[in-house]
Write a protein that binds this ligand. Structure first.
Ligand code: APR
Ligand code: PHB
Length: 397
């Protein structure tokens, strides 16, 4: 059994783990990042693509946004489509802020490159198998890399290993409470080699079910369709996907959907999940390991960044000033934002998706909410400030 030592052991090289590693590095704090997958895998994995203004501002401040500014698309509004008619929400006019379209795996490439530049450890194909003594002063992460079993001794463990990682499972039952909500539908997502059919995102409410028109670049469209929770991808040949999208994105004044070769397709379940607290002794959960939001508000990545923004400052206070205050407040500080975002994501999801059982009353309420949102400046502003992202908590990074 090999043995290593670091200050902060970080499990997972997603947005949470890589951002945390970088923030700690800027404070002069050493860490080892363990990633189960290969570099190629995480740099290609298709995930979300909407960055809140606060996320972009932080990347800017850290000098990590060079390529992002060259290649991303800045959006100042979005469209809600219902009853065959589009209604624009002018996000920037309402809030002074906007959102940035930049694929998560592109951000991962930038963060991996930044980490490798620091010369600090980022181990690929290194799967954590467990955490010993998370509640004590000397936690140990056990991991396996190729045929090697290694013990990583740390002061602090950051569980940034996503929803299916080992970190949350290392907390004894009874020390943690989970709040879970599963939706009776999923999203079928496709990436297509086709220019976006509209300059902005379109969230469509339709009798057949929800659809979303998004994009990655002037050449690549990202599209989603509401499907059944247990939908089999084999049931959706490309032509059925395009037909479904055409129907749901149809509008009375005409809409031409650009089509092209489908580069990637997959089904994602929608789920809301929160763990409380996000800490067990010296183990801190961040990002998807602590909470999941349905994709509708595009908040998962941004919430992960907000967590580690708080965690990095708390860890730095602990090392540099010997103060426990930040670490003790970590969970409650993060959970305030987490629950606000949970509500927003649940609300947006509930407003836009077709219910599996016929529910004419519910459908009328959805349409009433959509009409209110697109005709009242007060309602639109409330939506917009949540969508572009509330300011990051004070005192972070
Ligand atoms: N050992 C090492 N790495 C692991 C382990 C393990 N046992 N289990 C999981 N991982 C890795 C995964 O391979 C993944 O690269 O942890 C990483 C977790 O990254 P994400 O799933 O991207 O989670 P996070 O960093 O919290 O990012 C927030 O919210 O809505 C989503 O798409 C959004 O993925 C984004 C996430
Ligand atoms: C995406 O482009 O992947 C995307 C955009 C908006 C969402 C969800 C996903 O609400």
């Amino acid at each position: 059994m090999d043995s290593m030592r670091t200050q902060v052991g970080i499990i997972g090289a997603g947005p949470a783990g890589l951002m945390l590693a970088h923030l700690l590095h800027l404070h002069g704090i050493d860490s080892v990042v363990l990633e189960r997958q290969t570099r190629e895998h995480i740099e290609r994995r298709i995930r979300a693509g909407v960055l809140e203004q606060g996320t972009v501002d932080l990347l800017d401040e850290l000098g990590l946004a060079g390529r992002l500014h060259r290649e991303s698309l800045v959006h100042t509004g979005l469209e809600l489509l219902f009853d065959g008619e589009g209604h624009r929400i002018p996000l920037t006019d309402l809030t002074g802020r906007g959102v940035t379209i930049y694929a998560q795996h592109e951000l991962i490439k930038d963060l991996v490159a930044a980490r490798l530049d620091t010369g600090r450890a980022l181990l690929f194909s290194a799967a954590a198998t467990g955490i010993d003594g998370p509640a004590g002063d000397a936690p140990v992460i056990r991991f396996r890399q190729e045929d090697r079993d290694v013990e990583l001794h740390c002061d602090i463990v950051a569980g940034c290993d996503g929803f299916h990682g080992v970190s949350r499972a290392a907390v004894p039952a009874g020390a943690i409470t989970a709040y879970d909500h599963v939706y009776p539908y999923s999203w079928l997502g496709v990436l297509a080699q086709a220019p976006p059919s509209s300059e902005e995102l379109i969230y469509a409410h339709h009798d057949d079910g929800f659809a979303l028109h998004s994009m990655r670049s002037p050449e690549i469209t990202r599209l989603y369709l509401q499907v059944a929770p247990d939908e089999r991808i084999e049931e959706w040949p490309d032509e059925r996907i395009w037909e479904g999208l055409r129907a749901r994105l149809h509008r009375r004044d005409g809409f031409r959907l650009n089509t092209g070769p489908i580069l990637d397709k997959g089904v994602t379940a929608l789920r809301s999940y929160v763990t409380e607290p996000m800490r067990h002794g010296r183990l801190f959960l961040a990002g998807d390991s602590a909470h999941i939001v349905p994709a509708t508000g595009a908040k998962g990545l941004n919430l992960a960044v907000a967590d580690v923004y708080v965690l990095a400052a708390a860890i730095n206070d602990w090392y540099s000033a010997g103060s426990d205050a930040g670490l003790d407040a970590y969970s409650s500080t993060c959970l305030r934002r987490v629950w606000r975002v949970q509500h927003f994501s649940w609300w947006m999801t509930s407003m836009l998706h077709r219910l599996p059982e016929p529910d004419p009353f519910g459908a009328r309420l959805q349409l009433s909410q959509l009409r209110y949102l697109t005709s009242s400046a007060a309602a639109a502003t409330s939506f917009a400030e949540n969508y572009v992202g509330l300011p990051l908590p004070k005192g972070g990074w």
